[in-house]
Design a protein around this ligand. Structure first.
Ligand code: 5RP
Length: 224
């Protein structure tokens, strides 16, 4: 199952993943239909607990609800203080990829193992101010690294250009690692991230701030 999910995600790369943080939660089905029509091939779901980050978003019921209406890969970004306590529940809800923050855990290898036991793709996220050596010893065990190009917590922040060097150095050291970037990704920044070797591009405002998702998504994809 893990290999199938990993292959499926690899097969859609390079991919624009809309971040469901700034969407219309009063019309989630409509948003899903509009994104599907726009040619989106995967969704990024931002889970925030009001503790690891000073913002609250949503949890398992939204993941499970989306799972009922789409078979697109669901990439769940856990911006929460205690990922180990919720991984089993997000697996049951239908996540295909579960990404936790390196800053939130003491034993990343145990969390990666917990995710893999569910046959789910594992990702490790790192905030811009966290030294890269915090990832030492776990990159070999994980399937993906999510390089945050803003401090996790809110949409609509400015892209932090140091993310480019982080992507490049990870790509050079780990040619097969899935690389994802999140924060401030738009027409002006997506091309540089692709050139740095990134595979998955999380996009909030540059899709949900636009009236026509199809045009927004295809302009971003043209730059990949
Ligand atoms: O994880 C996130 C914030 O923590 C969001 O995915 C991200 O900020 C996307 O929004 P935008 O593209 O507007 O920056």
């Amino acid at each position: 199952m893990l290999q199938q999910r990993l292959d499926r995600i690899r097969n859609i790369t390079p991919a624009v993943l809309p971040s469901l943080l700034q969407c219309d939660f009063g019309d989630l089905r409509g948003e899903l239909e509009r994104l599907t029509k726009a040619g989106v091939e995967g969704l990024h779901l931002d889970v925030m607990d009001g503790h690891f980050v000073p913002n609250l978003s949503y949890g398992m019921p939204i993941v499970a609800g989306l799972r009922r209406w789409t078979d697109m890969p669901l990439d769940v970004h856990l911006m929460i203080s205690d990922p180990a306590a919720y991984i089993d529940a997000f697996a049951d809800a239908g996540a295909d990829m579960l990404t936790f923050h390196i800053e939130a855990v003491e034993n990343p290898l145990a969390i990666i193992d917990q995710i893999h036991r569910h046959g789910i793709v594992a990702g490790v996220a790192i905030n811009p101010d966290t030294p890269m050596d915090r990832l030492d010893g776990c990159v070999e065990a994980t399937d993906a690294v999510l390089v945050m190009s803003v401090k996790a917590g809110f949409g609509g922040q400015a892209f932090r250009p140091e993310a480019i060097e982080r992507l490049k150095s990870l790509r050079e050291a780990y040619p097969d690692l899935l690389l994802e970037v999140d924060g401030g990704i738009k027409e002006e920044t997506i091309g540089d991230c692709r050139q740095a070797g990134c595979d998955l591009f999380v996009v909030g405002s540059a899709i949900f701030g636009q009236s026509d998702y199809q045009t927004a998504v295809s302009r971003l994809r043209d730059l990949l």
